[in-house]
Ligand binder design. Structure first.
Ligand code: HEC
Ligand code: HEC
Length: 372
């Protein structure tokens, strides 16, 4: 087991990389850029995962939005691909199908993950936690100690995504006339570096906050939930359904990694075990947020369930035992929560209250008009 949990170190990392106060003022080297103020929604964590050397600025976020949507990003003139090719706003930044394919047609190892509320996640990114300050094997040239900036580097290099290199990306962006002035505004120089490309995209991704679902409005006392939705919330949030241990809090995820009892044989080379080398993590994956869950199917890292009904049936009576099942799967002894049909319907009704239609239509998160 290579991961040792070092509370002091982790705490130090958190303190070094997170700002509690908003706005996040830029360092003096980018004093000309305008600080971008993240408004923390009611009830959300106040700890923001923003690296000290990449403070949010209005200009940086805007540049990041352009790059996120610009198909020339991979630096391959005959193939257009950007983050938004796969992460699509109308699907809460999933792709609506599950698996995706890179520029050369190679399929991704897992299905997509959405982009939502990631600025509140300080643990790890990807289904198996590859990008994380706690992954000792994760060393890359442009390292940010395992943060969103590193994901941008991965996207450029992975064979099942851009299958390119940072130099090709940087050169392509430098040669598109709109960008040098935007880099000047955001980072103080017209010279494009890959590091600043990664910084800008990460800044934009950190603005993708979803906090306006029916459930949020209920929390803010703006609307009521129906009796059925309230019954479903109760199932979700108590031992009856036993969902809240892993999908609890206002984020509807702990951002933790668990084996949720789907299988007894484990063959995926990219589970959480592949990162931690701790046998207890065999078959474990990130518990994804359940925000917008009604519109982000198919479900699980391999997309094995196409509907929420199938997911609820699984948690109700489909659990499979193995030595690796998370101790937090309290219903493993009975094969599931054993919900009756009306309880299943109640739980589903509650999950539907987590859809945020303003998030998937917010023009600040959409493709800029000026892009081809
Ligand atoms: C070819 C399709 C594709 C493209 C292009 C793509 N992604 Fe992804 N993205 C994925 C898939 C698939 C996953 C899940 C991978 C996994 O966990 O195994 C993912 C996962 C992520 C995650 C992890 C989310 C989480 O909650 O842990 C982040 C962050 C991310 N992508 C950011 C980006 C950014 C930024 C870009 C553009 C620079 C981008 N992606 C481009 C397919 C893509
Ligand atoms: C022990 C922790 C744990 C508990 C308890 C738990 N889940 Fe999960 N859940 C997970 C993990 C881990 C995944 C992802 C597993 C994978 O992809 O292989 C997941 C995936 C899901 C997904 C699919 C998400 C997606 O984007 O693909 C849904 C929906 C879901 N859970 C709902 C529930 C509901 C409803 C309950 C209660 C009945 C529940 N979960 C209880 C850990 C848990």
């Amino acid at each position: 087991m290579k991961i040792t949990f070092l509370p002091t170190l982790i705490l130090a990392l958190f303190m070094a990389s997170c700002h509690k106060d908003v706005p996040q003022g830029p360092p003096s080297s980018v004093h000309h850029a305008t600080p971008y103020k993240i408004t923390i929604p009611k009830g959300f964590p106040t700890l923001l995962n923003i690296p000290a050397d990449n403070p949010m600025t209005v200009e940086g976020v805007e540049l990041g939005r352009y790059l996120y949507y610009d198909g020339r990003f991979c630096g391959k003139p005959d193939t257009l691909m950007s983050c938004a090719t796969c992460h699509q706003q109308q699907h809460a930044f999933m792709n609506g199908i599950g698996y995706a394919h890179g520029v050369t047609g190679i399929q991704t190892g897992h299905i997509m993950l959405p982009h939502v509320n990631m600025v509140f996640n300080s643990t790890a990114y990807t289904w198996f936690g590859l990008v994380s300050p706690q992954n000792p094997d994760y060393q890359i040239p442009h390292g940010y100690g395992g943060n969103l900036e590193d994901v941008v580097y991965l996207v450029i290099t992975l064979t099942n995504e851009c299958h390119s290199d940072t130099n090709a990306c940087k050169t392509a962006i430098q040669n598109i006339p709109i960008y040098p002035p935007m880099f000047k505004a955001a980072f103080g120089t017209e010279t494009v570096t890959f590091k600043n490309i990664a910084r800008a995209i990460a800044q934009f991704v950190r603005t993708l906050i979803s906090a306006n679902s029916k459930f949020d409005k209920y929390i803010r006392n703006e609307v009521s939930l129906t009796q059925q939705e309230l019954r479903g919330y109760n199932i979700f949030n108590t031992e009856t359904g036993d969902c809240f241990h892993c999908h609890g809090t206002i984020l509807f995820t702990t951002n933790g990694f668990y084996n949720n009892a789907k299988d007894s044989v484990f063959t995926d080379p990219d589970d959480y075990y592949s990162v931690t080398h701790n046998p207890l993590d065999i078959g474990a994956y990130k518990a994804p947020t359940l925000r917008n869950i009604a519109i982000t199917g198919p479900y699980m890292h391999d997309g094995r369930f196409t509907t929420l009904d199938q997911v609820i049936d699984f948690y109700s009576s489909g659990l499979v035992n193995s030595p690796y099942v998370s101790p937090m799967m309290l219903k493993i002894g009975t094969g599931g929560a054993q919900l009756v049909p009306s309880q299943k319907a109640d739980l589903k009704a509650f999950l539907y209250t987590l859809t945020d239609s303003t998030f998937i239509t917010n023009p600040s998160f959409s493709k800029p008009a000026g892009l081809p």
